[in-house]
Design a protein. Structure first.
Length: 477
């Protein structure tokens, strides 16, 4: 079914679904330069596909990446099951149980329509999800991470961070997990080096283009938008020059974060360079940190509130009445002149098209195959509590056994999943698009927690006396 719905989606919608950030990603790929507002790891992928001059090929590649993400989830859970129940030990049910458990845990990754739609968008999320999962897979691949697996983990984590900056702090979680798993200093050093080199290379590339060692020109404006959700200038008491950044909102249907960034209420419209200007970025950073220092409790409350939005059963019109609808397959076609002019520089088939009857099948699928956010909450709770099932071993209670089992297995994917929900809530704003990359990690964490700890290999039996070769007698006797 996972392969079928993706093929039907490509037939029904041969061109990608466009979002507000799509033109900037595409423009950076065409010009091959670092982006002004976000890293350009995804634009590099688009640049590699550009010789094909086909948006349909680009969408097909992204769907293939989505399938590979599900395959990684399957393989990680299946390998954990085989380590817990080696072949030949136990009944037949233990032979097929690892495969069944792994297949079930790929369903939230491969089947829900919003995962398919995310892969169909001209956006970086599906690539980011795969790269970060590949980094986690490299750490978990063996019981003790070797140096070359550590190098792969660091490299994939770096590429993920250059696709979305939410991956930057996760290298700390990866290194901590490697230390807990007793990976050794060579593996940890290899991970740190292979992570640092691509990051440093990108910073030098950005400096060559803009004269600054940064990931983006607008590296403070998103944090400013986050603090606008709770900032009270009566408490902050900003200096006169900074008072222009005090949030104002004229449309209650729009979140304050979105309002101060992209609507006519945005203070950046009165600042030269808008959100890309150095002056606006400086004022945004100063105001944001002043707001956090003056209202730390309000800031923490906003983070908790927006993180919990990830687990609601039904989606609501947030951050605007139209943004959340852009994550669905549309019923009709919409195409602007600006999009057409930009798309012509990349490929010959960029215009949005809805091809019947295939699109009708996708829309029918969209009406029924949706994963509520509550399911993600259940997956995370199961991953956290599942290790408690192994507190009893061989008739004895071992309280520390679940802790060790969770720390050496499920902790890394579980912590990554939670971090992918908390980081946007702390640094940008809640968006349903940010929830989906957390799903495969929650699935892996649940599988690793529920499956028993890996069994050590059985020692080979000592040879019997009559099986030992006879002692050789001295020559001449």
């Amino acid at each position: 079914m996972a392969l079928w719905i993706r093929i039907v989606a490509i037939l029904g919608y041969p061109a990608p679904l466009w979002f507000g950030d799509s033109p900037s990603y595409l423009k950076d790929a065409i010009e091959l330069r670092p982006g002004e507002t976000r890293p350009s790891g995804y634009s590099l992928l688009l640049w590699l596909i550009k010789p094909l001059r086909s948006f349909t090929a680009m969408v097909s590649v992204q769907h293939a990446i989505g399938i590979l993400t599900g395959v990684l989830v399957y393989v990680l859970v299946w390998r954990a099951g085989r380590a817990a129940w080696p072949p030949g030990e136990g009944g037949r049910w233990r032979e097929w149980l690892p495969g069944l458990a792994a297949a079930l845990l790929t369903v939230p990754v491969l089947i829900p329509v919003h995962q398919v739609a995310l892969e169909h968008m001209l956006m970086s999320d599906s690539l980011f999800e795969f790269l970060l999962l590949a980094a986690v897979a490299a750490v978990l691949w063996r019981r003790r991470t070797t140096w070359w697996l550590g190098a792969l983990a660091g490299m994939f984590a770096a590429f993920a961070s250059l696709t979305r900056t939410a991956g930057l702090p996760l290298i700390g979680l990866i290194l901590a997990a490697m230390l807990i798993r007793k990976a050794g200093w060579k593996a940890c050093a290899a991970a740190a080096v292979t992570f640092a080199l691509p990051i440093a290379g990108y910073l030098f590339w950005f400096h060559a283009e803009y004269g600054q060692y940064r990931f983006a020109k607008a590296d403070q404006v998103f944090l400013y938008g986050r603090t606008a959700a709770f900032a009270d200038c009566k408490i902050i008491k900003p200096r006169p020059e900074l008072a222009i950044m005090c949030p104002r909102q004229s449309d209650p249907r729009i979140s304050r974060t979105f309002s101060v960034m992209w609507t006519p209420d945005s203070p950046f419209r009165d600042i030269p360079g808008w959100v890309y200007g150095e002056e606006g970025n400086r004022l945004a950073g100063e105001f944001a940190w002043a707001a956090i220092k003056a209202q730390p409790a309000a800031y923490a409350q906003i983070i908790v509130r927006d993180t919990l939005k990830s687990f609601t059963w039904h989606r609501s019109p947030y951050p605007t009445p139209w943004t959340w609808l852009q994550y669905d397959f549309p019923q009709g076609e919409a195409w602007s002149d600006d999009q057409a002019l930009l798309a012509e520089q990349y490929g010959d088939d960029g215009e949005t098209r809805v091809v019947r009857p295939w699109a009708g099948q996708v829309l029918a699928y969209q009406d029924h195959v949706v994963m509520p956010g509550t399911i993600l909450g259940v997956l995370l709770l199961g991953g956290l509590a599942g290790a408690a099932l192994h507190v009893r071993n061989r008739g004895r209670w071992r309280p520390l056994r679940p802790v060790r089992h969770f720390a050496t297995g499920a902790l890394l994917p579980w912590g990554t999943s939670l971090a992918l929900l908390v980081i946007p809530a702390a640094t940008a704003d809640f968006d349903y698009r940010y929830v989906l990359p957390a799903v495969p990690f929650a699935c892996v964490a649940l599988g690793l927690a529920l499956l028993p700890p890996p069994r050590p290999p059985r020692p080979s039996p000592a040879p019997r006396d009559d099986d030992r070769p006879a002692a050789r007698e001295p020559a001449g006797v």
